[in-house]
Design a protein around this ligand. Structure first.
Ligand SMILES: [Fe+2]
Ligand SMILES: [Fe+2]
Length: 183
């Protein structure tokens, strides 16, 4: 049977905590207790940023190119997703800076840094299918990142979990559209 720990026994004593916080203050939010592998986290976050930016571009293209009988509702969905992907990109970029990294917005190499692809699509159904594929890629890669980061960087993990939940919603929306359109 486990004996209950004395209250506060698992915590660092206040004196050490205070002294530690004074070291390396130039590192801002990154303290000694940050246990994740920072270069890897930053690399993963920059790949996620590229993925979100490519998704913004693809959804925006689809929004402007959506034509046909069912286009109005679908275009509105594309636009909403485009804006939400932009929101994700912003969240990720802000987190990269907080982790003392630099967000990579360089258009050169953007498509190859991204996990998801930029596919224009020939018609409305094609576009929806390509967007669904991209969402499914994003879902898998966010899930992997969440598992990798684990409890070593709970703030990044929480952000990724929030984004993952929204990508799942996006995929579900697109699946619903395809069903409605009988494809
Ligand atoms: Fe996203
Ligand atoms: Fe999405």
């Amino acid at each position: 049977m486990n004996t209950p720990a004395k209250p506060g026994a698992f915590l660092t004593d206040i004196k050490t905590l205070r002294a530690r916080a004074r070291q390396h203050i130039e590192q801002g939010a990154i303290t000694e207790s940050y246990k994740a592998d920072l270069p890897t986290v930053l690399k993963l976050l920059n790949e996620a940023l590229a993925t979100e930016l490519v998704c913004v571009l693809r959804y925006r293209r689809h929004y402007f190119m959506a034509t046909g009988i069912a286009a109005d509702g679908v275009a509105a969905e594309f636009l909403q997703h485009a804006n939400e992907e932009q929101g994700h990109a912003d969240e990720i970029a802000a987190r990269i800076v907080q982790l003392n990294g630099e967000p990579n917005f360089n258009p050169e190499g953007l498509a190859s840094r991204s996990h998801a692809e930029y596919v224009e699509g020939e018609n409305l159904i094609d576009m929806i299918k390509e967007d669904l594929v991209a969402e499914r890629i994003a879902i898998d890669s966010y899930r992997e990142m969440i598992n990798y980061v684990g409890d070593q960087d709970t703030t990044t993990k929480r952000m990724l979990e929030g984004i993952l939940a929204m990508e799942e919603e996006h995929a579900d929306d697109l699946g619903g559209l395809l069903e409605k359109m009988g494809s």
